[in-house]
Design a protein. Structure first.
Ligand SMILES: [Zn+2]
Length: 262
């Protein structure tokens, strides 16, 4: 069965993308955003596929063909902007509907990213053709190019670097709102693990959703590779046993003393 949505992480491989700065490369950040969104769509029982799942080179023609042949109803093409501006930009096809990108823009705004504009762009000299190939060459798939912010704007860059999950989530939420699909806030993901799981399930306290700032603090430990077992995510209000703290501190120590090798 065709997926409902195909997510397209822009650029990749030899093409880092223009929305790159000292904090991140566009190709990496949009891949993280896209993989996150795919997991979230799966949680919400919305079938989603990707044009690329790794850091691979994908030429325009092949990319558009993947989207076109996916049979998906929608495509979210994820990008980071550059060139002196601030805020998110959402570009939809001249044959698409503005209500769809606007629903996502509203949520991006609610997540703290200013919205610069939601617009269409036509090919020079041809008002019946879209400017961007992702609109022109993707057939019946309704594609929205989402520029999450400007890599060369300090405020945007900071937000993109630290709050990319909230921004990725905002698009998922706006997608659901527009399509009148049931939306629930994120449950916590469980990637493959390689450290011992907590030996006791805690105090039997129910797993209530933790505040965003708590979750973010814990996510940082995972991103840094200091915490690897996903089980901790489900009990972030519980103390770590001494052995787990010891592992975490040892990893931190090794990271700090080996940093020249990186
Ligand atoms: Zn881009």
């Amino acid at each position: 069965m065709a997926p409902t949505v195909i997510i397209d992480p822009g650029h990749g491989g030899i093409d880092p993308g223009g929305g790159t700065n000292a904090l991140f490369a566009e190709k990496d950040l949009v891949l993280k955003i896209s993989l996150y969104q795919q997991r979230r769509f799966a949680e919400l029982n919305i079938s989603a596929t990707l044009t690329r799942t790794t850091d691979q080179t994908l030429e325009s023609e092949a990319r558009a063909a993947l989207v076109k042949s996916s049979g998906a109803r929608f495509c979210l093409s994820n990008h980071i902007n550059a060139g002196g501006g601030q805020g998110a930009e959402l570009i939809y096809s001249i044959y698409g509907t503005a209500a769809f990108p606007r629903a996502m823009a509203l949520e991006l705004q609610a997540a703290g990213m200013a919205v610069r504009r939601v617009y269409t762009r036509t090919y020079p000299g041809n008002a019946k053709q879209d400017y961007y190939f992702m609109h022109r060459d993707t057939g019946n798939v309704e594609t929205v190019i989402i520029e999450y912010g400007f890599a060369d704007n300090a405020q945007d860059a900071q937000l993109l670097n630290t709050k990319w999950q909230s921004l990725a989530e905002a698009v998922v939420k706006g997608f659901c709102t527009y399509n009148k699909l049931p939306y629930t806030p994120p449950k916590i993901q469980a990637p493959p693990t390689d450290t011992p799981a907590p030996s006791t399930p805690g105090t039997g306290q129910p797993n209530t959703p933790a505040a965003d700032w708590k979750q973010e603090a814990v996510e940082w430990l995972y991103e840094q590779g200091l915490l690897t077992d996903a089980t901790w995510r489900n009990q972030i209000d519980q103390p770590l046993p001494l052995w787990a703290e010891a592992i975490l501190l040892r990893r931190l120590y090794e990271k700090l003393t080996n940093r020249d090798e990186a």
